[in-house]
Design a protein around this ligand. Sequence first.
Ligand code: SF4
Length: 77
Amino acid sequence: MKVLVEQDKCAANGLCAMEAPEEFPLDADGFVSVDGALELPTAQRDAVLRAAAACPERVISLVGPENPFPVSGPGGL
Ligand code: SF4
């Protein structure tokens, strides 16, 4: 499972770490400490989905065919 973390958009509210602390650890200032495209264990899929849904800044997204939050393009559905 591939996940994209756009660390520069993080607002340091810690909600992702409450859902998936091992996948989304926080730094000393409360910002998510991972960045970029990550390969995460499929066994953690539910926790990662909860973390992605909890993030108000949309920092975390699944990429590839497993993306449960497809975004329609201009003029899309
Ligand atoms: S939930 Fe989003 S904004 Fe909050 S710490 Fe995690 S990545 Fe950053």
